[in-house]
Ligand binder design. Structure first.
Ligand code: ASP
Length: 322
């Protein structure tokens, strides 16, 4: 009788601090995205699976682009379609990890399999490197598959891409949080077991995002992001709208529940009258905005500013053919 075939756990590496290296590990400075995927995995056992690795990119995640997202998405599609693949781990810099997770969550059919994004706050040769534990937790998530779809695993917690944000830059504290929604699951590092947290009901994604298209081009529409603050005059809005290639749309990180500084509001209304959709989001870290707060020509999008911006890009691509 032949032995049952072991499932593959695919690791797609994109760079970041988890692949970082310090010339002097006792110092803070290090070079992100410098170790190849097999060095990042080191001697970590694949447990009940076998590793399959691929270096999809090698960047500090501040240099992530829609073009790289399309490449990553194509490789994910390739691997997820294979019956012997249990799931995929994507290693990624923490700075934009939540954006990549959000993008994949809304555009990638995961075939009922787990896709886990993870990273590290400390370089691979730091004495307290967190990458190895994050990889172990991600491996256990793939093996146990507590939930299919796209998840962010960091510091023993699994977060939903809709909520998760990097909220700390200090490696000493948990860098990622889902705010009031809380983490979706906790990992017991000694037993290597995932258990679901008392699940906060997930708000379904807005209809326009459920229908988000699979972008086929990296020429995404330019959606400009502007902030409201004391004394904001909206000069940048008028200046960009007067240019030869004005933004296709605007997202404004409004104050509180969606209020705007008066002059900024007037400038955005001028842009809106020229055909540029304007969405409001809240600049409060866990703010959602309120639909009843004026002006109603600028709808509220209950996502953090950078995710709201991407949601508007995907929406425009859906309407105009991506
Ligand atoms: N700058 C790094 C990156 O995002 C930070 C990290 O990975 O923690 O690639």
């Amino acid at each position: 009788m032949s032995a049952p075939m072991l499932k593959k756990c695919v690791v797609l590496a994109t760079g970041g601090t988890i692949a970082g290296w310090a010339d002097d590990p006792s110092q803070a400075a290090y070079q992100a995205a410098s170790q190849p995927v097999n060095a990042v995995l080191g001697d970590l056992s694949p447990g009940t699976m076998v590793w399959e690795t691929e270096q999809v990119a090698q960047v500090d995640s501040s240099a992530m682009t829609p073009a790289l997202w399309l490449r990553l998405q194509a490789r994910l599609r390739h691997w997820l379609a294979q019956p012997d693949v249990a799931g995929v781990i994507v290693t990624h810099g923490t700075d934009t990890l939540e954006e990549t997770a959000f993008f994949l969550h809304h555009t990638l059919p995961t075939q009922g399999k787990p896709v886990v994004l993870t990273g590290a706050m400390r370089a691979a040769n730091h004495p307290q490197a967190d990458g190895p534990d994050n990889l172990r937790a991600a491996r256990d998530w793939v093996a146990q598959a507590p939930a299919a779809g796209v998840w962010v695993v960091m510091a023993g917690q699994a977060h939903h891409p809709h909520w998760v944000q990097k909220v700390q830059t200090s490696p000493a504290s948990a860098a990622f949080s889902s705010g009031p929604a809380g983490p979706f699951a906790h990992w017991q590092s000694d037993a290597g077991v995932w258990s679901l947290a008392s699940p906060t009901p997930m708000a379904p994604p807005p209809q326009h995002l459920r229908d988000a298209p699979w972008p086929t081009t990296d020429a995404w529409p330019w959606v400009a992001l502007v902030w409201s603050y004391v004394g904001a005059e909206g000069r940048e809005v008028d200046a960009l709208m007067a240019g030869a290639n004005p933004p296709r749309a605007w997202v404004v990180a409004a104050t509180g529940s969606g209020t705007l500084a008066p002059l900024l509001q007037e400038a955005l209304q001028r842009a809106h009258q020229r055909g540029a959709p304007v969405w409001r989001t809240s600049r409060c870290v866990w703010g959602q905005g309120e639909d009843w707060v004026e002006p109603n020509w600028a709808p509220i999008c209950a996502l953090p500013p950078v995710k709201a911006r991407m949601a508007l890009q995907l929406t425009l691509m859906g309407q105009e053919g991506g």
